[in-house]
Design a protein around this ligand. Structure first.
Ligand SMILES: Nc1ncnc2c1ncn2[C@@H]1O[C@H](COP(=O)(O)OP(=O)(O)OP(=O)(O)O)[C@@H](O)[C@H]1O
Ligand SMILES: [Mg+2]
Length: 298
């Protein structure tokens, strides 16, 4: 018999102390009663309703929820690529809307300029901000070193692997010195092994940079591995269902994937996101016979 899992709300003294410290830090991002409706064929679609949460400086928050619960809508509004129909957003205590370099975005799809090298892609935003070429070059090199692409600075995107493209996109977003880095399923298109490497790599980058991260994912393990807190959304309408303080200590490593606190958190997320169907439901399912031969499989 395996040991029963602890309660996902149980925190070791070290983890509890870390959360106490995070809560003392200033709030970088505040979402206040945010709502978004879209016009639909059968009346308005409520993509988001009454979403409120606060993210503290250098906190790592993941947003998880079933498909269509409004995750991308939420992060697009925070990035300033869409407008809410109600509610407000505050960055460093100031109400704001519209796109701004203080909120950098990394998308799932590769969004690099194919005609520019890695370094020129990272320099692009810096030069747009009016930085002169020499300084933009030096700054871009620092970010490229940080994401581990030093040898590929003069390579074009078509010659990079998926993971390298996303590292370039992260370097490009960080070069603009954002207060909040917004990531919408940035590793969704990567194979499992590259994805695991990128998760560890992102945590390493985050440890070295003063940046707050809001990260959207479908993957329960990814959310637990990365996050301080997980915001669980539910669909139709998109609302906050629960906010979980991840009890897994930092620094994180892959051996923690089977630790009791990791498994307890995953079980809670599964309960919230994939509620168990009634155990007797299968007894009522109609049996569909595909052949007349009576060749039962059991
Ligand atoms: N531009 C739009 N016009 C109309 N409806 C939209 C628009 N964008 C999103 N929606 C609707 O809002 C809801 C939330 O969509 P959203 O893309 O934010 O979900 P999601 O959680 O990111 O889903 P997924 O996990 O599949 O990426 C859905 O019902 C979607 O159909
Ligand atoms: Mg989405």
């Amino acid at each position: 018999m395996s040991e029963p899992l602890p309660d996902y709300r149980d925190q070791s003294p070290a983890v509890a102390a870390r959360f106490a410290k995070i809560k003392e830090r200033p709030v970088v991002l505040e979402i206040d009663r945010l709502g978004r409706q879209f016009p639909g064929e059968h009346g308005p679609v409520v993509a988001l309703r009454d979403i409120s949460f606060k993210v503290h400086r250098r906190e790592f928050v993941c947003v998880i929820g079933p498909s269509g619960c409004g995750k991308s809508t939420l992060i697009r509004i925070i990035a300033g690529l869409d407008e809410p129909t109600s509610g407000r957003m505050l960055v460093d205590g100031k109400e704001t809307s519209g796109p701004c370099p203080e909120r950098g975005m990394v998308f799932q799809g590769y969004t690099l300029f194919p005609w520019l090298t890695v370094k020129k892609n990272v320099m692009f935003g810096l030069k747009m901000q009016g930085m002169d070429g020499g300084q933009a070059d030096r700054e871009a090199r620092q970010w490229i070193d940080l994401v581990g692409l030093t040898r590929f600075a003069d390579t074009y995107p078509a010659q990079l692997s998926g993971g390298m493209k996303q590292r370039t996109a992260i370097a490009r977003a960080l070069a603009a010195n954002p207060r909040v880095l917004l990531m919408d399923e940035p590793f969704g298109a990567l194979d499992a092994q590259t994805r695991a490497q990128m998760q560890s790599h992102l945590l390493e980058i985050w440890r070295n940079v003063d940046v707050t991260i809001l990260f959207i994912t479908h993957d329960l393990d990814e959310a637990i591995f990365l996050a301080d807190r997980i915001l669980v959304l539910k669909a139709h309408p998109g609302e906050v269902q629960e906010v979980i303080e991840v009890p897994v200590p930092r620094p994180r490593n892959l051996s923690q994937l089977n630790s009791p606190e990791f498994l307890a958190t995953r079980r809670r997320l599964e309960e919230l996101i994939h509620p168990r169907v009634d155990a007797h439901a299968h007894e009522h399912l109609p049996i569909i016979r595909l052949t007349q031969a009576g060749d039962d499989v059991e």
